[in-house]
Design a binder for this molecule. Structure first.
Ligand code: ADP
Ligand SMILES: O=P(O)(O)O[C@H]1O[C@H](CO)[C@@H](O[C@H]2O[C@H](CO)[C@@H](O)[C@H](O)[C@H]2O)[C@H](O)[C@H]1O
Length: 450
C-alpha cells in the first residue's frame, strides 16, 4: 500500500477527522518541521482533496527504527525502513515539543512563541485527553495543556488570537495562554498555527457534566422543586452569566466594535433563512415550522444599529469549565464547520447567550432520555421537572448576564439566535445523534408557538 493510502486509512478512522463519510484522496504530504532526534518527531501537513474542495490536516508523526509495543494502538504505518506512529500518544515525542517551548530552536521553520510570566515544568509527562474532540489535547502534569490543531486553516487561529488578547488583558475567565506553535509556509502564502500551550486548569469540571449531575439530583427527589434539592444549578447559572458578560466586556475593549445597520441586519435574516432552507433538506420535519421560523428571522431584518463585536460564536455548556476560581470559557475557534473568514467576523453577543440558553434546554432532556419510562406518572413528573430546571436556569443565567430586563429589540434578536441555533442543532443531531433530533425540534415548536 502506498504511503498516501496508508495515511488515508489512518485519517478516516481518527476521531478528530471532520470529513467522515465524504470521499477524499490524500493529494499531498508536506513536512512542516522536525523536532528532536531519537525519536524523531515530524510535523506533517496532509492535503485532502474532496473533489470540490481541499482541506489541510496536521499529522505529528514519530519515527522509530524498531516496532514500539506500547504504541501499537497508534501505528500509522511502516515506511522508509521505520515504524511511524501518531505522536500525540508518545511521551518521548511530546516531551520534545514541551522542551522546544521552553528553549525554542534558533533556526528552522517552526516558531515556538511564548508569553512572559510562567516557567514550564519540564519534569512532567504528557497525558492525551480522550473524548470526541476536533483537536488533540494533552496535559503536561498539572502544569500545562497543549492543544495540537488537527484541521489547519491557513491564517491566524482565533483560539490563539483570543486567548492571547484575554490573557494579556488579565481576564479571569480563560486559562492563561503560555504560547503557541506556528510556521510560515507556502500554503496559500499564510501563517499556519499548529498548536497552543496554555495553563492546565487542575480543578476544572466540565459545565455540561455539572449540569447533568444537577438534573439527575433533581430527578431522584421527584417531589421536590429545583430550588429545594442539594444540586440546584441556579447559583452556577448566575455565575456563568456574569462570567460571560465580563468576557464580552473584555473582548469589546480589545477588538473592534461596530454596529450593524439595516442592510447588514437584513443580510443576517437572509443568512438565517438560507440556513433553514438547507436544514429542511436534511431534516424534513422542520418544514412544518419553516413559515413561522421565517417570521421570527424576518423580524430581525427591521432592526438597525445593532452592536457587534468579537464573541465566542460556538458557546454551549461543554465549552465551560468550573474551577475553584470560578467559571472559565474554552475553545474560541468558532463554529468549526464555517470557513475561517466567516468565523472571525464580529457578531452580536446575543448569539453566545442563545447558545447557552439552548444548552440549558438540552441538559434535562438528555437526562430524561436515560430514565426508564415504564411508569408513565413518573415520566410525566420528570418531564415537568425537566421544564422547571431548564426555565429556572435559563432565566437566572439571562438575568445575571443582562443585569436587568431585556429591551424589546434585544429580546427579538435573542429569540432569532435561539431559533437559528436550534435549526443548526437539528442538522447536527440528524447527522451525529439521530435519536436526539427531537430535542431541537421540540424547542423550535416552542419558539414558533410563543
Ligand atoms: N486549560 C484547560 N485545562 C483543563 N482542561 C481543559 C482546558 N482547556 C480545555 N480543556 C478540556 O479539554 C477538552 C478539549 O478542549 P477543547 O478546547 O474543547 O478542544 P477541541 O477544540 O478539541 O474541541 C475539553 O474537555 C475541555 O473541557
Ligand atoms: O463542541 P463542538 O464545537 O464540537 O460543538 C458541536 O457538538 C456539540 C455536542 O457536543 C453540539 O452541542 C449540542 O449538544 C450539547 C449536548 O451534547 C448541548 O449542550 C448544546 O447546547 C447543543 O448545541 C454543538 O451544537 C455542535 O456544534
Amino acid at each position: 500500500m502506498s504511503v498516501n493510502d496508508t495515511v488515508k486509512e489512518f485519517i478516516e478512522q481518527a476521531r478528530w477527522f471532520g470529513g467522515k463519510g465524504r470521499d477524499f484522496e490524500v493529494a499531498g504530504f508536506r513536512r512542516l518541521g522536525t523536532v528532536g532526534t531519537d525519536p524523531r518527531l515530524d510535523l506533517d501537513l496532509v492535503t485532502l482533496d474532496y473533489g470540490d474542495e481541499r482541506e489541510y490536516y496536521q499529522l505529528p508523526l514519530v519515527h522509530y527504527a524498531e516496532p514500539q509495543e506500547h504504541l501499537e494502538h497508534a501505528l500509522v504505518g511502516s515506511w522508509d525502513g521505520g515504524h511511524v506512529y501518531d505522536a500525540v500518544h508518545d511521551r518521548a515525542a511530546m516531551a520534545h515539543l514541551l522542551a522546544s517551548f521552553d528553549t525554542p530552536p534558533t533556526e528552522g521553520p517552526l516558531r515556538f512563541e511564548r508569553l512572559p510570566g510562567h516557567d514550564l515544568d519540564l519534569s512532567t509527562h504528557s497525558t492525551l485527553f480522550s473524548g470526541e474532540q476536533s483537536n488533540s489535547s494533552l496535559a503536561f502534569g498539572d502544569d500545562a495543556l497543549l492543544k495540537l490543531f488537527r484541521k489547519i486553516t491557513p491564517g491566524r487561529n482565533p483560539d490563539v488570537t483570543i486567548h492571547d488578547v484575554l490573557t494579556r488583558a488579565g481576564s479571569d475567565h480563560v486559562a492563561a495562554l503560555y504560547g503557541w506553535l506556528e510556521t510560515d509556509s507556502l500554503v496559500e502564502g499564510q501563517v499556519l498555527q499548529l498548536g497552543m500551550l496554555q495553563q492546565f486548569l487542575r480543578t476544572a469540571t466540565d459545565g455540561w457534566d455539572l449540569a447533568l449531575a444537577s438534573v439527575r439530583n433533581l430527578f431522584v427527589e421527584g417531589d421536590l422543586h429545583a430550588d429545594e434539592v442539594g444540586g440546584d444549578f441556579a447559583g452556577e447559572a448566575a455565575r456563568l452569566g456574569v462570567a460571560l458578560r465580563e468576557t464580552h466586556e473584555t473582548l469589546a475593549e480589545h477588538f473592534p466594535r461596530e454596529t450593524r445597520d439595516a442592510a447588514a441586519q437584513s443580510a443576517l435574516a437572509t443568512a438565517m433563512g438560507e440556513r433553514l432552507d438547507a436544514a429542511v433538506r436534511v431534516v424534513p420535519e422542520l418544514a412544518e415550522h419553516a413559515p413561522a421560523l421565517r417570521e421570527v428571522f424576518g423580524r430581525v431584518a427591521d432592526l438597525s444599529d445593532v452592536p457587534i463585536q468579537q464573541i465566542h460564536a460556538d458557546l454551549h455548556l461543554g465549552q465551560t469549565l468550573r474551577t475553584v476560581k470560578g467559571w472559565k470559557i474554552v475553545d474560541f475557534e468558532g463554529e468549526p464547520a464555517k470557513p475561517l473568514a466567516e468565523r472571525v467576523l464580529p457578531d452580536s453577543p446575543w448569539r453566545d447567550v442563545a447558545g447557552m440558553l439552548r444548552s440549558f434546554d438540552y441538559a434535562p432532556r438528555v437526562v430524561e432520555r436515560t430514565h426508564d419510562d415504564s411508569d408513565p406518572d413518573a415520566a410525566d413528573q420528570r418531564a415537568f421537572r425537566a421544564r422547571e430546571w431548564s426555565k429556572r436556569n435559563r432565566e437566572t443565567f439571562l438575568l445575571a448576564y443582562a443585569d436587568g430586563p431585556l429591551g424589546v429589540d434585544e429580546q427579538l434578536l435573542l429569540s432569532a439566535y435561539v431559533a437559528d441555533k436550534a435549526v443548526y442543532e437539528a442538522v447536527y443531531e440528524a447527522r451525529n445523534r439521530p435519536s436526539w433530533v427531537s430535542i431541537p425540534l421540540d424547542a423550535i415548536a416552542k419558539v414558533v408557538a410563543a
